[in-house]
Design a protein around this ligand. Structure first.
Ligand code: GDP
Length: 476
């Protein structure tokens, strides 16, 4: 019971209350103290196991070194608000729209590719079309690392600002190399040298000062030095990254944007990480699945095959995947569906456990404001103790605004039926010298039903009494 756990934790040197969160390591320690093996399973581990059961793995290139081929770098533009991120992305894109396509329909699908022709070398760069570090970090929080290189934009007339620093921190935390674009050099008061000095404080030392960060002075507005910036991106990629992927395998990628389109149903922009995605492939992304019916690029053109680092908008999902969800091609529609269903069930369970947290003695204080009644279900080892407990509980003196009601009582273990009733009527279950059946515990966890165990009557009375007074004191 919670009091015993709090006591055990105290013995381990952790002062906590019954509702406190503790670190994974503390849980493991607590487990071994009480002769249990506590295994902390992350959602990632769980998903790995799920894929494993279908003989699938996400995140590794199949084959040998010879199967690996160069892929374009994927770039995210970050920096302080108004320093020119959006303008830069527009300028890069417009500068690279071919003659034939000029004036054609461009679509915002969340990412685009540009071709560069620097020094006779034709290379491609992929840009994530959502500026800022929020999207970058949200994706990373979901375990998806889509970006290879970050361009950090700093306005030369403004200097390093809070979001500049945040962007640097986020990129560095993700171990993504940074190229600094010193923007707005066309403006009066622009001081690129000052920016270099400021950035040094964050570990970004310009090459010309003997460091290893590339700084490029640009004007997104006038289109100045854009080629130089792209070149710096490629040089940085070549110097510090091994950008190779195996295109000869079933595709894997990450959904970077998704929505429900009126005409086409669920659409998702997928960035291919490895393999080749083809029309007709069975796919699963997060808890969405389907079959690739159509792929469209940023110019609205149909694509039959998408290679690594290529962003494509995919039509054919039966529901909308989430941004940051991993996409996987599988052999059969059936497998895609099964994986999606399993993930979906897990998500529902997690939501249920979190969202449907019912009344518990610890948060009774706030709960009573809504309910003004505490419902109890009493289970005990014999009818005598159940009666005694009920009587004693009903004798607790409480203020007029709160009512205590015993809605059910009985002899024997706590059952699923008890838990269901507790869930339906927001009751707390008291078990006196009895335990809960395994399934009942599971259900209670899922439904957020509080079950309390006692073996001494006054302890039960004490706890209910203090809970009703709004103060269930932590026990040490
Ligand atoms: P974001 O918030 O970082 O995406 O910034 P925007 O791209 O929206 O740019 C903010 C403002 O600065 C807009 O009015 C842009 O036109 C302007 N701007 C962006 N780049 C330059 C530049 O190189 N020179 C000048 N003079 N203005 C720029």
């Amino acid at each position: 019971n919670p009091a015993a756990l709090v006591q055990a934790l105290f013995n381990l040197g952790e002062m906590v209350t019954a509702t406190a969160s503790v670190a994974d390591e503390t849980l493991e320690l607590l487990g071994s103290e009480m002769n249990y093996v506590v295994q902390v399973v992350s959602p990632e581990d769980e998903d790995r196991e799920l894929l494993d059961s279908f003989d699938l793995t996400f995140g590794e290139d199949a084959g040998t070194d010879e199967d690996l081929e160069q892929r374009p770098p994927v770039v995210t533009v970050m920096g302080h608000v108004d320093h020119g991120k959006t303008r830069l992305l527009d300028t890069i894109r417009k500068a690279n729209v071919g003659e034939g396509e000029a004036g054609g329909i461009t679509q915002h699908i969340g990412a685009y590719q540009v071709e560069t022709h620097l020094e006779g070398n034709d290379r491609v760069i992929t840009f994530i079309d959502t500026p800022g570090h929020e999207a970058f970090t949200a994706m990373r929080a979901r375990g998806a690392q889509a970006t290879d290189i970050a361009i950090i934009v700093v306005a030369a007339d403004d200097g390093v600002m809070p979001q500049t620093v945040e962007a640097i921190n986020h990129a560095q935390a993700a171990e993504v190399p940074i190229v600094v674009a010193v923007n707005k050099i066309d403006k009066e008061g622009a001081d690129p040298a000052k920016i270099r000095g400021q950035m040094t404080e964050y570990g970004l030392i310009p090459e010309e000062y003997g460091g290893d960060s590339m700084f490029v002075d640009i004007s997104a507005k006038q289109g100045l030095n854009i080629d130089e910036l792209l070149e710096a991106v490629l040089l940085t990629a070549d110097a510090s990254l091994d950008l190779r992927a195996n295109p000869h395998m079933d595709a894997q990628g990450v959904a970077i944007e998704a929505h429900l389109d009126r005409g086409r149903g669920p659409v998702a922009t997928v960035l291919i990480k490895r393999g080749t995605l083809r029309v007709g492939d069975s796919i699963v992304a997060g808890d969405a699945y389907g079959r690739v019916r159509r792929m469209v690029d940023e110019n609205g053109d149909d694509v039959a095959e998408a290679l690594p680092s290529r962003p494509v908008q995919v039509v054919g999902f039966t529901s909308v995947p989430g941004a940051g969800d991993n996409l996987l091609v599988v052999d059969e529609d059936r497998v895609a569906r099964q994986i999606a269903d399993k993930r979906n069930a897990r998500k529902r369970n997690a939501l249920a456990a979190r969202g449907r947290k019912r009344i518990s003695l610890e948060d009774l204080d706030s709960a009573l404001k809504e309910h003004s009644q505490l419902n109890l279900i009493i289970k005990g080892d014999n009818s005598g103790t159940v009666e005694a407990l009920e009587e004693a509980l009903l004798g607790i003196e409480i203020d007029d605004e709160v009512q205590l009601r015993v809605i059910d009582r009985g002899v024997g273990a706590v059952t699923e039926t008890n838990v269901n009733l507790a869930a339906a009527s927001d009751a707390v279950i008291l078990g006196f010298n009895v335990r809960a059946e395994g399934k009942a515990t599971e259900l209670a966890n899922r439904e957020g039903v509080d079950i309390r165990y006692y073996s001494v009557i006054y302890q039960a009375i004490d706890e209910i009494e203090s809970a009703l007074k709004g103060m269930l004191k932590p026990v040490y």
